[in-house]
Structures are given as C-alpha cells and as structure tokens.
Ligand binder design. Structure first.
Ligand code: C5P
Length: 250
C-alpha cells in the first residue's frame, strides 16, 4: 500500500477551509483558486449540508480534499466511517479525535488502508488532540487534567503509537509535537494570519495565531486557512501571497 505523497511545490502546504453552508457557493469560490492551493478542507458544515456530493464536486476541480469530520465514536463505527471516507474521490487527508482513545485510532488507521482500491494511494490520517477553542479551565470542566501543551503532546504520541500519520494542532504546540513525534509526523495548523490579513481583529475568534512564515518555521506541514482567503477582496492574490510566503520560509 502506497501512501499519498505531497509534491514539493509550496502550494501543497496550503489547505483552504471551505466553510460554506451550500455546495453551490463553495464550488463557486473554490473554482477561483483551485490551481493555487494543495487541498480544500470540507468540514462538518458543508458535509452536513451537501454530503458526499461536496467531495465529488470539489475533488473534480483538481486540488486534493481534506475531509475534516473529526470522527469520535466506538472503534467499529469509526472504522466504518473511515472506510467510506477513504474511498471518496480525491480525499488525501481525514481525521479523528485522539480523545476517542488508542483502540479507536488503531481501528481508523487500519480502515484507512482497507478502504482504498488495490494499488492506489491511501489518504493520510490525522488526529485532533485538544480543540484549540478549549483552554485549561474548559479542559478541567470536561475532566481533562494537566496543562494543555503537555496533554496535546501526550495525545500526539498516543496517536503516533496507534498508527495515525499526524495531528491538527495550534502553531504554538507544533514545535513540541515535532520534537516528540519526529520529522515524518504530519502537523496541520489552523490560526494562520498573514500580516495584512483580511480578518477583522475584533471578529477573529482564533486565540492562538501566527503568520504563515511562523507556522512553517514551527514545523507545520499544512496551513489550514479560512477567512484570510475567504474574506479577502481578491482571494487569488491572498492565496498567492500565502504560497509565496510558504516558499520563502521553507
Ligand atoms: O477562518 P480561519 O482561518 O480561522 O479557519 C481555520 C479553519 O481551521 C476553520 O475551518 C476551522 O474550523 C479549522 N480549525 C480550527 N481549529 C482547529 C481545527 C480546525 O480553527 N483546532
């Protein structure tokens, strides 16, 4: 079984989040920038509204797809979901919650290979460690002890042990994860904000942000970017300038 490999072009590191509530608006937007990005991220909002047709139509534009559905259920159910997701066209990345435990992640890692036709590349599997929206207080309320960074690194190590290919994590945690999990472990980081970002500071809910340069230097393999491109007056120019920044930082 071969792994999906990502070409060396800096655009491969740019993953644009299609946070839309209808497939027609997502496709209309994605068409404008499909040649400039490595992947489009289809999350729970778009997938719940449009289902597998969203993956099919977006994949047909030529970029890869990160199916960001963050599975978290009993191992058997997650394995079934991963099997279906891995057989969808163009899916290069998909993910589960690390808090589902080691057996759940192992089931997902096994299923991701089984769902792909013989000889084809399999997608890579990522784990979400602790949601970046949770601080130490929110974690404690939910019964998760310890400092967030320590917990995130431990969950990343558990994911690696279970056969998961990488994690989604904040830029601030990327360095510690890279050190603990080695050079081949994939790290995808949200909260990317170029210096001239189109996102209004007062409407920005990302507590932990960094520029594309800082994200790449911290060890990120993929930058998950939404509003800096979605809300830009010129989305092509915004995407191109992030790709240029990635190229310069690598
Ligand atoms: O608009 P913005 O650039 O903040 O979008 C970042 C994308 O990354 C969104 O789709 C968001 O759901 C996603 N994401 C995140 N934090 C995580 C995981 C995913 O912001 N921990």
């Amino acid at each position: 079984m071969t792994l999906t490999t990502f070409d060396a072009h800096p655009r491969s590191s740019l993953v644009v989040a299609l946070d839309f509530d209808s497939l027609s608006s997502a496709v209309k937007f994605a068409k404008q920038i499909a040649d400039l990005v490595g992947m489009f991220k289809i999350g729970n909002q778009l997938f719940t509204a449009a289902g597998p047709a969203a993956v099919k139509e977006i994949a047909a534009l030529g970029a890869g797809v990160f199916l960001d559905l963050k599975y978290h259920d009993i191992p058997n159910t997650v394995a079934g979901a991963v099997l279906s997701a891995a057989s969808m066209p163009g899916v290069q990345l998909l993910n589960v919650h690390a808090l589902g435990g080691k057996a759940m992640m192992e089931a997902a890692a096994q299923a991701i290979s089984a769902g792909v036709p013989m000889g084809a590349d399999r997608p890579r599997l990522l784990a979400v460690t602790i949601l970046t929206s949770m601080n130490q207080k929110a974690m404690k309320e939910a019964g998760i002890g310890g400092a967030p960074k320590m917990r995130v690194v431990k969950l990343a190590q558990l994911a690696k042990k279970a056969g998961v290919d990488g994690v989604v994590a904040s830029i601030q945690e990327a360095k510690a994860i890279r050190k603990a999990c080695g050079p081949d472990f994939l790290i995808a980081t949200p909260g990317v904000r170029p210096k001239d970002s189109a996102v209004e500071p007062k409407s920005d809910d990302q507590a932990r942000k960094a520029t594309p340069t800082e994200a790449i230097r911290a060890g990120a393999d993929f930058l998950l970017v939404g509003r800096p491109i979605l809300a830009a007056l010129d989305p092509r120019a915004a995407a191109q300038s992030i790709v240029d920044e990635i190229a310069a930082a690598k």
